[in-house]
Each structure stands twice: as C-alpha cells, then as structure tokens.
Write a protein that binds this ligand. Structure first.
Ligand code: CA
Ligand code: CA
Ligand code: CA
Ligand code: CA
Length: 306
C-alpha cells in the first residue's frame, strides 16, 4: 500500500463530510500500487474498506491496451492524454459498499450506491511502457552484450551466431542447436560465468562455441542418430555422452535448420497524472501506479532462417 494521494480539506468548502464547520481533516488515497484496465480504455483501482475507486477513462483520442504495447526500437513508449471532463475523465468515488466487477461489465452492476463522486476538470495523463525481452537461458541479459556502447538502444546488441536474434534474447547463442541453458553457462548459478562449461578447453565456453568438443565437426552437424535439430540425442558411446561432446566421434550429418527459439516479453506500464483538479482538491503529480494485466507477459516463437 502507498499513501499515494495526500490532501487536506477545509470542511467549510465541502458538504459531504459530516464534521462541524471549521474542522480540518486529512484524507489519504490509500490504494495499492497497482491498477487494472478494461475496455477501450478504463484504468481503475478500487478498495473495499473504505469503499472507494479511482478511475480514468480515455476515449479521445481513442486508446487501446494494444496501442500501449506498440513500443519503438528502444523498447519504450510514452503516451499522453489530456483530462477534459468529457471524453477523458478522472473520478474519485466513494460507495456504501464496493460492488464486485465495478468497471468491467457491459451493464453496470445494479447495486451501485455511490455516496460521493468527484471529477477532475483538468490533468495530463502520462503512460509509460517499457518492454523487456529475454531468452531465460540462464545468462543475465546484461552479460549477453545487450548494449555494448551503453546508449540505451539495443541496435548494436551482440549476435554471436549471426542468426538475426541478438544474444540477450537468443536461447541458442552459438546456433549449434543445443540450447544455451543446456550448455551449462553458469553451473553454480551465481550469475558469474567464470565457471561456464568449456568441454574442449579452448577458452570459449560451450554456449558460445559452435564446435564444443573441438573435433572440427560443428556441433549442429553431429546429428548421427536422428536429424531433428537436437544434437543432444545423438549418442554413439553412452559412456562418453552425446557425440557433440565426444571428440572421438566425428561423423558429420549436416544440420538443415535451426531449432525453434522462444523469446519472452514483459511489458511494464506505469501511469502518472499531473495537475489533477477535483473540487477543492489539487494534486500536481499523482502516481497512479503499475498496470496489472495478463497480456503484459507473453512469449513468441521464432525459427531463424538457416
Ligand atoms: Ca543469435
Ligand atoms: Ca542468449
Ligand atoms: Ca555450443
Ligand atoms: Ca564429436
């Protein structure tokens, strides 16, 4: 919980708080850090005790959740809208009891008893989206050459195997058809790669080495038993293990394709409203919080051209 909205109200200006004239009370908008969304497009947060809601509805220019995920090449997007009290509205409401599914019904719940409804006549909405992509391959993105020149843009990210997928989101960095996570980049899991497996001892860890056993046959071409973009299941000598880790087995059965890659995407959407003006209440900066929505965490699959 955060005390996200802190206001002092002089009661003589208001009618809905039942205190004597001249009293000063303090109201805290004590909502969770997170908010939800529905439709095209309402952002809201509610709490049951006391029963209150904050809601922001945007209809002009229209905005969808999908729009907010359309980030640029720097994986970020900033969207602004102006609260005008008509097409874009911001409301603070109190209720006798909080109805369930208050904001996400085509037909509003019948049992809504709004005890107070304060609407802002101004405000600037700033919505910021940041996309993080990762391969969940056991190597932290920061150690996969995501931003070599440190300018915040990933257009120079390292792509070891040249397959068009930079290492930080490439689950098979060396393109040998053995997943990085199965090439033991960090055996003790401490986030430091000085113990990365290096089978042939050539100084290049297996996850970046396209010939892991140093037998001059590419790992991805050691498909002796089944040609299925998986050298891990080609075993001539079970005492040694897979042929791609056995320098005494040098049979070449050339690969014909890369394996399918999965890239995980996580969007963080935050919302700030500047210059909210409710009746007798003004707030110059209001942190509405972080959006919670199942669509913000997703994955795609890609098979690079061979
Ligand atoms: Ca790559
Ligand atoms: Ca990787
Ligand atoms: Ca390798
Ligand atoms: Ca071999």
């Amino acid at each position: 919980m955060r005390n996200s909205f802190f206001i002092v109200i002089i009661l003589s200006l208001l009618t809905f708080f039942s205190c004597s004239d001249g009293d000063i009370i303090t109201v805290e908008f004590d909502f969770d850090d997170t908010f939800e969304s529905c439709g095209n497009l309402v952002f809201f947060k509610t709490k049951a005790d006391p029963a209150e809601s904050l809601s922001l509805q945007i209809t002009s220019p229209a905005l969808t959740l999908e729009d907010l995920l359309n980030v640029g090449s720097d994986n970020t997007l900033t969207t602004t809208r102006t609260i005008n009290g008509t097409s874009n509205t911001f409301n603070y409401r109190t209720y006798s009891t909080l109805p369930s599914n208050l904001f996400c019904n085509d037909v509003p719940p019948a049992d809504i008893d709004i005890t107070n409804d304060l609407e802002s006549t101004s405000g600037t909405v700033i919505i910021t989206t940041v996309l993080t992509e990762d391969d969940n391959d056991g190597v932290p993105a920061a150690l996969e050459g995501q931003d070599p020149n440190g300018d915040g843009n990933f257009d120079d990210a390292i792509d070891t195997d040249g397959d068009g997928i930079p290492d930080y989101k490439d689950a098979d960095d060396d393109g040998d058809n053995v997943l990085t996570k199965n090439e033991n980049p960090d055996p003790n899991g401490d986030g430091i790669l000085d113990d990365a497996q290096d089978t042939d001892g050539d100084g290049t860890p297996d996850y970046l080495d396209d010939d892991d056993d140093g037998d001059d046959v590419l790992t991805r071409d050691e498909e002796n038993s089944s040609q299925d973009q998986n050298p891990g299941n080609d075993v001539t000598n079970s005492d040694v293990g897979a042929d791609y880790l056995n320098p005494d087995v040098k049979t070449s059965v050339p690969a014909t394709a890369y394996r399918v890659h999965t890239i995980y995407k996580t969007y963080v959407v935050t919302l700030v409203i500047n210059n909210i003006s409710l009746p007798n209440i003004y707030q110059d900066v209001f942190d509405f919080g972080i959006l919670e929505d199942s669509s913000l965490s997703t994955s795609i699959t890609v098979t690079p051209a061979f």
